[in-house]
Design a protein around this ligand. Structure first.
Ligand SMILES: Cc1ncc(COP(=O)(O)O)c(C=O)c1O
Length: 443
């Protein structure tokens, strides 16, 4: 007979007689390998347990003398859930908003087929912070990209007059927009694509940061192109920052050819790069943009598409929807995620601490020029790239950093990304930087 019994909380949470607090890191790994899909390769010998402060995690590691036991250790969170926790782990204002609304305000859960009062708060907050006319809430980051893609196509047919089924959407090489079939159809990363074809048609790629290539394509096929979908800074590709004037030129070209500029701000939004949204670094405004990650304050998966009225107005009832997109709790958390971004001046802190982190990384590079090739970043979206040599391995760096009390992860073989919470202080940046220096020195 199939049955399950679940009791207790935290370490006492017990599922079918297995008390979670009793499991060693090795046992967690073995359960995950046996029962979980193998779509990730997490760092070994470490299991995160709880939060100490906004930038510090408590983790369990194998006991050095007894593999049947574990020890607890603190880790500076150098990644903050790939920029989903810009507001800091368990941000008090956001957590209080959840407790207050669930407990005292008796927040309902209803779908979009009936209005709830918190939707207005969310729409007012998002249009206020983005300066966009209209917003559609979604859940995962990739859904905001997917919806931008669909809106682009519809706009191409309904507004630009592209003949049916002939629309083209342009992307940039090295992009990362998530894991849906449309997103991997735009990807040029073989690992994400292998075995998932046939892919969504009507997509063309141009090299990132190459305005001439875009111009050539627009000159040839501009009448069929609905949008250029692009990250303002490519995060997953290893924090690739384009030339200062790239987006100004892109924006001009898009206007000239009546092509939408659709930006993916899922990773770069919400203060990460020192501005509320990274397109502001480059003096342009997209026609439509997708946000996710920190839009949920590190508490809930929340994403949205925001854009110009005439663009978002191509949606009609029945053409789009999402059960949990903008449901009451998401609307509350999404509103408070924006309140914290503004009230706690997260963009300013990202700029200030990011400058400090970058100057530390650059001095580590100057100390070890034979190991570090380049330091890149804006605000607190930063990375260092090592020379392409076997012993300069990003995974070895990640493991070394763990042993020095820092959680960070390589993005490619030679690149390590650092994206701590935007609440981080100078002392914690010093700890982070010193750990990097020691690990790089030992390579
Ligand atoms: C730029 C960008 N777009 C989209 C996504 C996908 O977000 P999610 O994993 O929440 O679907 C990511 C995730 O890293 C991202 O960095």
């Amino acid at each position: 007979m199939i049955s399950v019994s679940i009791n207790g909380y935290g370490d006492d949470l017990t599922v079918n007689g297995v008390r979670i607090g009793d499991l060693t890191p090795a046992e967690h790994e073995s359960i995950e390998k046996d029962m979980g899909g193998q779509n990730y390769s997490p760092l070994e010998n470490v299991v995160v347990s709880k939060v100490k402060d906004s930038s510090t995690l408590v983790a369990r590691r194998p006991h050095p003398d007894d593999i049947k036991r574990y020890i607890e250790t603190e880790l500076i969170d150098g990644l903050c859930c790939y920029s989903a926790v810009n507001q800091g782990q368990l941000n008090k204002t956001i957590v209080d908003s959840v407790i207050e609304h669930l407990d005292k305000e008796k927040l309902p859960t209803v779908p979009r087929s009936i209005r709830h009062k918190y939707m207005s708060a969310f729409l007012l907050a998002v249009t206020g912070i983005t300066g966009m006319d209209k917003v559609v809430p979604k859940v995962a980051g990739v859904e905001s990209w997917e919806l931008s893609f669909k809106i682009s196509r519809r706009w191409g047919y309904f507004k630009k007059g592209i003949p049916e089924n002939e629309v083209i959407v342009v992307g940039a090489t090295g992009n990362f927009h998530g894991r849906s079939l449309a997103a991997v159809s735009m990807s040029d990363d073989e690992d994400s694509r292998n075995g998932f074809g046939p892919f969504v048609p009507g997509i063309e790629l141009v090299p990132y940061n190459d305005v001439e290539a875009l111009e050539v394509l627009f000159n040839k096929k501009g009448h069929m192109i609905a949008s250029f979908m692009v990250e303002p800074i490519q995060g997953e590709a290893g924090v690739i920052v384009p030339s200062d004037d790239y987006f100004l030129k892109v924006s001009k070209l898009c206007k000239k050819h009546n092509v939408l500029l659709a930006m993916d701000e899922v990773q770069t939004g919400f203060g990460r790069t020192g501005k509320n949204f990274a397109h502001q670094l480059f003096g342009v405004k997209p026609d439509i943009m997708g946000c996710g990650k920190a839009a949920g304050g590190g508490i809930l998966p929340i994403s949205f598409v925001a854009g110009r009225k005439d663009v978002l107005d191509v949606l009609t009832p029945g053409s789009e929807g999402s059960t949990f997109g903008g449901y009451p709790l998401a609307s509350v958390v999404g509103t408070y995620a924006i309140k914290v971004l503004v009230d706690d001046k997260l963009s300013e802190n990202a700029q200030k601490q990011g400058d400090y982190l970058m100057s530390n990384l650059n001095s580590i590079k100057d100390e070890f020029p034979d190991k570090i090739k380049e330091v890149r970043g804006k605000g607190l979206l930063t990375a260092f790239e090592m020379h392409n040599e076997k012993h300069l391995d990003g995974h070895i760096v990640s493991v070394g950093l763990l042993n020095h009390g820092v959680y960070a992860k390589e993005t490619h073989h030679t690149t390590v990304r650092l994206a701590p919470a935007l609440t981080i202080n100078k002392g914690q940046i010093d700890l982070l930087s010193e750990a990097i220096r020691s690990v790089v020195k030992g390579l």
